[in-house]
Design a protein around this ligand. Structure first.
Ligand code: ATP
Ligand code: MG
Length: 178
């Protein structure tokens, strides 16, 4: 009997849950893929306040398109409409990147926050994922990933928070956290 056909195609991967490691695991995939000569794109939907190691490093890697756009820290923001517009802009860059098919792997980092705030309907993202070029892998990270996206994904990892140094009063560490 012949072996079942092995199907090769782009995957949708979700890293969700309350534990640490969602973004770092996605960046680990990028590290690995770059080693394979694959073209990667990262869109960070949360800007945060501080520079991060990954952002600094990304600037030195030509095969990596790294975009930091989308939400600032909302509790700092005096203009929520601005955040909504930024989230929409981040999605339009992401959608274009997915549809063009020039990248093998695209990371939508913290995109789930955009769903949470109601700034982007998950159905809109799902439609683009479903119609994406066959070879494109997409990795979604963020807490509270909507159920429809979990259902559609090929790979879902829910990272559990068992213990975090934050609970012992240890602040975020350079290299480990940012
Ligand atoms: P990382 O970017 O480190 O992989 P993450 O993407 O899984 O983390 P986020 O929700 O994006 O998690 O939060 C990023 C920051 O919050 C990191 O500095 C991380 O150490 C911290 N963090 C993540 N999970 C927890 C937790 N359960 N308790 C406290 N801090 C956390
Ligand atoms: Mg993260």
């Amino acid at each position: 009997m012949s072996e079942p056909a092995k199907e090769t195609r782009g995957l949708v991967v979700v890293h969700t849950g309350n534990g640490k490691g969602k973004t770092t695991a996605a960046l680990g995939i990028v590290f690995r893929a770059l080693g394979r000569g694959m073209k990667c794109g990262v869109i960070q939907f949360l800007k945060g306040k501080w520079e991060t190691g990954e952002r600094k490093f990304a600037r030195t890697i030509p095969e990596l398109d790294f975009h930091v756009m989308g939400l600032g820290f909302t509790w700092d923001s005096d203009d929520l409409d601005k955040d909504k517009a930024a989230a929409e802009e981040a999605w339009s860059v992401s959608a274009r990147m997915i549809q063009e098919g020039n990248h093998n792997i695209i990371i939508l980092d913290e995109i789930t926050y955009v769903f949470h705030y109601g700034w982007l309907p998950v159905e809109k993202v799902l439609k683009v994922l479903k119609e994406r070029p066959r070879h494109v892998h997409v990795v979604v990270t963020g807490r509270n990933c909507p159920e429809v996206l979990l259902e559609y994904a090929d790979l879902v990892s829910v990272i559990e928070a068992k213990k975090h140094p934050y609970q012992s009063g240890i602040p975020a560490q350079k290299g480990i956290d940012f």
